[in-house]
Design a binder for this molecule. Sequence first.
Ligand code: ATR
Length: 315
Amino acid sequence: MPFETKAGISASTRYCAVYGHPIQHSASPAMQNAGIDALGLDWRYLAFDVRPSELRQALAGAAAMGFVGVNLTVPHKLLAMDMMEVLDVSARTWGAVNTVRFEGRIAGGEEDWRPIGEMEAGAATEIRMAGCNTDADAIVRSLREDLGFEPRNSTILLLGAGGAGRVAALRLAVEGPEKLWLVNRTEAKAQAIAEEIVQRQPELRGRVGVGYPPGRVDLALNATSAGLKPSDPLPYDREAWAVDRAVAAYDMIYRPAMTPFLMAARDAGCRTANGLGMLLYQGAAALSWWSGRPAPAEVMRRALSEHIYGRAEHA
Ligand code: ATR
């Protein structure tokens, strides 16, 4: 019988982790360990505060110690692009890596690279890092599954043109909306994203606009950081637009569960959802990429909700 601690760790336990700076508020360990347990894997998911200057060494250390994979959060996602041996099409498309998979092979053998999590511990003599991005698809999946929103042929108002807003805009554009309106406090950034979309998808010329939409929209999406603090203003200009012009509203913020934006939307009769689903689906996709198995999303959602809100589901 191997010696086991209360956490169920033994000498054969495999590890994965999230690296960020700061990291202490991360809900990923709670979510991922629940998913790992439900899959019956002898894995543990840890969290490390890694400074950007140490990212390369921290990844090399994980590779050397047989880690299965690593998630990256702020401020590592762009930096890691240059550190991967292979980039999945998702990482190349969105220009950021949020999930690293360690892959191994036996030198001199006929075998191709395989996920290290599917190999016996210590068997691989060569290890490489593959990077992918599970954030962008998680936006669309959460809009569909949590809000019942279908982006194709819809009219969307996207608020925010930072890192999160840019990826949301580019990813939603791929779904073929009827019209995508981009608004940002600093308008030039929204303009730059509109141009990037048209450069990538020339057929969308005329279907991407900068500014507030004149009529109703099917979705208003907050990708700004306004709402993280209770004292934050609404993410849109109330003189220029009113949320009762939206059918549904989504806030990428999940802590707090109800932002001023979502409260205003709910009071105006919109369907609403917060960004918990984005966190969930990016994590579920990572676990599935590492393990080669479908991730138990509902178990992971419950663990996330309990960890963040102290209860199974937010009302
Ligand atoms: P993230 O990676 O989360 O997108 P970011 O790149 O810092 O973070 O972007 C923050 C976004 O929130 C930006 O669109 C920012 O607007 P600016 O580009 O004008 O800075 C937006 N934002 C932050 N505070 C805001 C506020 N009080 N009102 C409106 N927008 C705000």
